[in-house]
Write a protein of this length. Structure first.
Length: 312
């Protein structure tokens, strides 16, 4: 198209559909579950300033959610502005080509969530006192119950889960061991401290130390999958010990996690003495949090925490 060509309804509607896919109704992998300011225009109709203003608002909301900033590559449109095509970069900020270019950035970064547009929300802390060895575990689920947008649109429980992860929401699992004495306890304290925080996202699980996986929200099935493992490493005699995290899908609106601490070391014989399998002293705590989209552009409630089994 040439500079100052009229923007057709078909071209406008194509761009409006693209932003609706990003911030509108959730699907598997796209959609923040928010109300739209923009709408389609009828075939053959003139694209008005109010149509462009709604499109601008939705695109600004998406990009601010992703970066924390309002982009300066497009401008708000008001009555009297001429919105034409622009074939030559750098594009005028009111040209439709500039809007199409900005849309590419939004789509390429659709899972990004600026920390300025998010809240770390604590859900629970599971604890276990001293005096354990062998394997202990704890299970909990996160139940997405649905919510209502500002304009009264009801988002289903299943779409709540989709929107949460599509918009960059994450689940944080942070284990630690405090107090206690003895080398095995010190070894476990070192292992958990190195992990620091495990992060479960839409498509992967990672931590500061340990081995994560390319398993996220959309990769879960009804059977447990191992998301993460970290082996002990401080004292070689305890290298059998490890921390694991698993997850599975209970339903389209609920996912369950299993935190497992495997104290597989059964004692190591030194000299002529019998092997000793020490118990772990100190207090174990596993803190469960979520990184929740909570900005003025995109706001999604946290899921509900449900304890399925306490540490045994």
């Amino acid at each position: 198209m040439a500079v100052d060509d009229i923007i057709t309804a078909a071209r406008y509607n194509l761009l409006q559909a693209r932003i609706a896919t990003i911030i509108g109704d959730p699907s598997d992998g796209e959609g923040y579950g928010q109300q739209l300011e923009s709408d389609t225009v009828a075939t053959g109709s003139t694209v008005r300033a109010v149509d462009m203003a709604g499109l601008y608002t939705d695109m600004i909301r998406a990009r601010k959610h992703q970066t924390g900033n309002i982009p300066n590559t497009i401008s708000s449109i008001v009555a009297g502005d001429i919105v034409g095509d622009d074939d030559t970069a750098p594009y005028d900020t009111t040209s439709f080509t500039a809007f199409e270019e900005a849309m590419e950035d939004i789509e390429s970064n659709k899972y990004d969530l600026s920390l300025s547009q998010a809240t770390v929300q604590s859900l629970a802390s599971a604890t276990r006192g001293p005096g354990w060895n062998s394997t202990i575990y704890q299970e909990f689920s996160l139940n997405f119950v649905g919510y209502t947008t500002e304009n009264g649109t009801a988002i289903s429980a299943a779409d709540h889960r989709r929107a949460f992860f599509n918009a960059g929401g994450s689940v944080y699992v942070s284990p630690n061991l405090s107090g206690g004495s003895g080398n095995k306890t010190k070894d476990w304290r070192n292992l958990l401290s190195n992990i620091s925080q495990i992060r479960f996202t839409h498509d992967e699980t990672n931590a500061f130390a340990g081995t994560g996986s390319a398993i996220g929200n959309y990769d879960l099935t009804t059977s447990y999958k191992q998301l993460f493992i970290k082996q002990a490493e401080l004292y070689p005699v305890y290298n059998e010990n490890n921390f694991k995290l698993y997850a599975k899908k209970l339903s389209d609106s609920e996912i369950q996690f299993k935190v497992e601490l495997n104290d597989d070391d059964t004692g190591d014989r030194t000299g002529l003495g019998a092997a000793q399998d020490e118990s772990i002293t100190g207090t174990l705590a596993v803190v469960i949090q979520v990184l929740r989209p909570s900005g003025t552009s995109v706001d999604i409630p946290a899921p509900a925490y449900v304890e399925r089994s306490a540490f045994n």
